[in-house]
Design a protein around this ligand. Structure first.
Ligand code: NAD
Length: 493
């Protein structure tokens, strides 16, 4: 593996360890910084400003002022759309720098980072187009002798605190920022401590595109020191959170103080159901990438494989062969998969695999760390698992697939739904009626048929059960940042 020494264009900013508050690049109030580590080498490559409650308060106050002064809201929806479209253009104009920065920060293969940048631009284009289509409805109500003209108005919820995970840091941030800005909100973005760089770069591009000062603020740092005070802050009207179900529950409790609105994009343990008539020549590679893409560090990863017993061995062996052929290595080399994001994540994945073996599971392929530099882990398939094992029940967030067989569709659906999560899933068959029947019965926010995780900004995503509240993407996303007001006027008859 070879490490790249490319210095990203945005690098000077991060060397200075600043964050974005009220349109200014400032150090943290404490002056503290923390290490940015390249997960491909384990080396420190930059410093980020370590925010605290004081920085959060400054950012929230800046966002509140920007909102009350209507710096952004005074623009028409169409004018806001023009600015948001410009953000998409700027992301595309800087795609190479952004992708390299993201790969350096989280280890994602460069080609995957570039693809995520394209998706990030799509977010801004979609919500740019929606910004002038946010409207209520009008109607006439009341009995004949006392009629009213009535209408609803959609208004921005106010100051939105946006907390994101590290697994696709820039794209994850745009999934919140683009609809929040289309709605007219002011925002405080808190990136993951594992991935500060591209969210900061995005802050710069938003200013360059013409988003007024203070409308978007970016505060870097750790969950308890930055995320928690943001969620608890009395001047924040709404929190949108992407992260683990465990922290999501803390968010709900912490938001209770001023009963701020909350939406949550949380964890998953998604099932891929393969019926015996599936086109296996097409399915096997896609099933493998359904779990292994981004080294399994995607909320919608298909981490449970449920295969009809007649084709179980063929499918599991096919996925294992595909896994063994995947190239794992440094992000700027021509690889399929990069490292896990951190030593912590590497330890976590290792423990799940060794724990499953101790429980009696069989490792079909993979199962070990690769090398001793960086946080690389082999794409892994385990079989002979039972539904009580933690490798089957818990989200690992790594390249680990648990394979189980079933004998009929009812058993497959019951197994797929036997989880506290409900984020995604897929069904693989040539039988259209069976596919749609299973899609209906899966208790998840999204289902792929002969595809896992297919979709786009147009399609809402989110969780059933403990995978979350609310939706991102689609027109549903903008609703998460709007209030509805009813106005009723007595008619003169
Ligand atoms: P995490 O829950 O540890 O952290 C997420 C974010 O919350 C980070 O920015 C972190 O600093 C912050 N945070 C931590 N403690 C906090 C607190 N007490 N108050 C406020 N903020 C706090 O998750 P992670 O390890 O960064 O990401 C992996 C998880 O995210 C997985 O569970 C994955 O499924 C989930 N995820 C979900 C989606 C989705 O759309 N459903 C997308 C990506 C990731």
């Amino acid at each position: 593996m070879t490490a790249s020494s490319t210095v990203p264009k945005f690098g000077s900013l991060f060397g200075a360890a600043r964050m974005l508050i009220d349109g200014e690049w400032v150090e943290s109030a404490s002056g503290s910084t923390f290490d940015v580590v390249d997960p491909g080498t384990g080396e420190v490559v930059a410093q980020a400003a370590e925010g605290t409650e004081a920085d959060v308060d400054a950012a929230v106050q800046a966002a509140r002022r920007a909102f009350e002064e209507q710096r952004w809201l005074r623009l028409s929806g169409a004018q806001r759309g023009v600015v948001l479209w410009r953000v998409a253009d700027l992301i595309e104009a800087n795609v190479e720098e952004l992708a390299r920065l993201e790969s350096l920060d989280v280890g994602m293969p460069l080609a995957v980072s570039r693809a995520f940048m394209g998706e990030a631009a799509n977010q801004f284009r979609y919500f740019a187009g929606l910004a002038d289509k946010i409207h209520g409805r009008s109607l006439e109500i009341g009995p004949a002798e006392r009629r009213f003209h009535a209408y609803t108005a959609k208004e921005p919820v106010g100051v939105a605190g946006l907390i994101v995970a590290w697994n696709s840091p820039l794209f994850g941030a745009t999934m919140k920022l683009a609809p929040a800005l289309a709605a007219g909100c002011s925002c405080v973005l808190k990136p993951s401590e594992e991935a500060s760089l591209t969210p900061l770069a995005l802050g710069g591009l938003l200013l360059e595109a013409g988003v007024p000062q203070g409308v978007v603020n970016v505060v870097t740092g750790f969950g308890p020191q930055v995320g928690a005070p943001l969620v608890a802050h009395g001047s924040v009207d709404k929190v949108s959170f992407t992260g683990s179900t465990q922290v999501g529950k803390q968010i709900v409790r912490a938001a209770a103080g001023n009963l701020k609105k909350v939406s949550l994009e949380l964890g998953g343990k998604s099932a891929m159901i393969v019926l015996p008539d599936a086109d296996l020549s097409q399915a096997v590679g896609e099933l493998a990438m359904g779990i292994f893409m981004n080294s399994g560090q995607i909320c919608t990863s298909g981490s449970r494989l449920l295969v009809h017993r007649n084709v179980f061995d063929e499918v599991v062996e096919g996925v294992a062969e595909f896994a063994k052929a995947l190239k794992v290595g440094y992000s700027t080399d021509p690889v399929d998969l990069g490292p896990l994001v951190s030593q912590r994540q590497l330890d976590r994945v290792t423990e799940y695999v060794t724990g499953s073996v101790a429980d009696g599971a069989r490792v079909v392929c993979g199962g070990s760390r690769i090398g001793d530099e960086g946080y690389f882990f082999e794409p892994t398939v385990v079989a002979d698992v039972d539904p009580s094992m933690s490798v089957v029940r818990e989200e690992i967030f790594g390249p680990v697939l648990a394979a189980m067989s079933f004998t009929d569709v009812d058993e497959a659906v019951a197994a797929a739904n036997d989880t506290e999560y409900g984020l995604a899933g897929s069904v693989w068959t040539r039988d259209v009626a069976a596919a749609h029947g299973i899609a209906r019965r899966m208790r998840t926010g999204r289902v792929g048929i002969n595809a896992h995780r297919a979709g786009g900004v147009q399609m809402p995503v989110g969780g059933y059960k403990q995978s979350g509240w609310g939706r991102e993407n689609g027109t549903e996303a903008v609703e998460e940042y709007l209030e509805t007001k009813s106005v009723v006027t007595l008619l003169d008859r």
